[in-house]
Design a protein around this ligand. Structure first.
Ligand code: AR6
Length: 169
């Protein structure tokens, strides 16, 4: 396993990292799950910036302040809704991880925490999502030495076990 990769079970809003990633929607209008938790804990400044940005395409990422969160910035990415697997869901999910990492690098951010994007309300199968997330992040870390630490933040036990198994922890 890449030593810059770590699996943790935690509430992402509590992490002191350079960037936390939010599993947002295309309208950047907030919602439930991790999105709701980030806006609740981070306060209204995050939503103010989201409103100015307007929207984000599925598979892409945008960046805002982290408001009152201990992190420095929030990267909002929009995961695909699972629709059976033939609607380009895998590539779109890979795009979420890649574009978030690229945006972090552009902004000089060296530690980043990802939630399990699309595996909640959006219904992406957790095993497939873990395979994609680990592959994209591993490849990125091999090619980009600027990134110090990537955390896979698993909220539920099932995701934690899936990630640990794949990373042979
Ligand atoms: N910290 C870390 N992970 C969390 C937290 C938290 N505080 N809360 C939930 N999770 P979801 P999606 C996990 O549904 O599937 C929203 O309404 C959760 O257990 O948050 O990409 C948005 O506005 C799951 O493993 O995101 C969108 O409309 C993971 O975060 C839509 O849901 C992602 O679940 C996005 O759906």
């Amino acid at each position: 396993m890449n030593k810059n990769l770590e699996v943790i079970q935690a509430d992402i809003t509590k992490l002191e990292v350079d960037a936390v990633v939010n599993a947002a929607n295309r309208q950047l209008k907030g919602g439930g799950g991790v999105d709701g938790a980030i806006h609740r804990a981070g306060g209204p400044e995050i939503m103010e910036e989201c409103r100015k940005i307007g929207s984000c395409e599925t598979g892409q990422a945008v960046i805002t302040t982290a408001g009152d969160l201990p992190a420095e910035r929030v990267i909002h990415t929009v995961g695909p809704v699972w629709n059976g697997g033939n609607k380009n869901e895998a590539d779109l999910l890979a795009g979420c991880y890649l574009h978030s990492l690229e945006l972090a690098t552009e902004h000089g951010l060296r530690t980043i925490a990802f939630p399990n994007i699309s595996t909640g309300v959006y219904g992406f199968p957790k095993e497939k999502a873990a395979d994609i997330a680990i592959k994209v992040v591993n490849e990125y870390l091999q090619q980009n030495k600027n990134m110090e630490k990537v955390y896979f933040v698993c909220f539920d036990e099932e995701n934690k076990q899936l990630y640990e198994k794949r990373l042979s922890l």
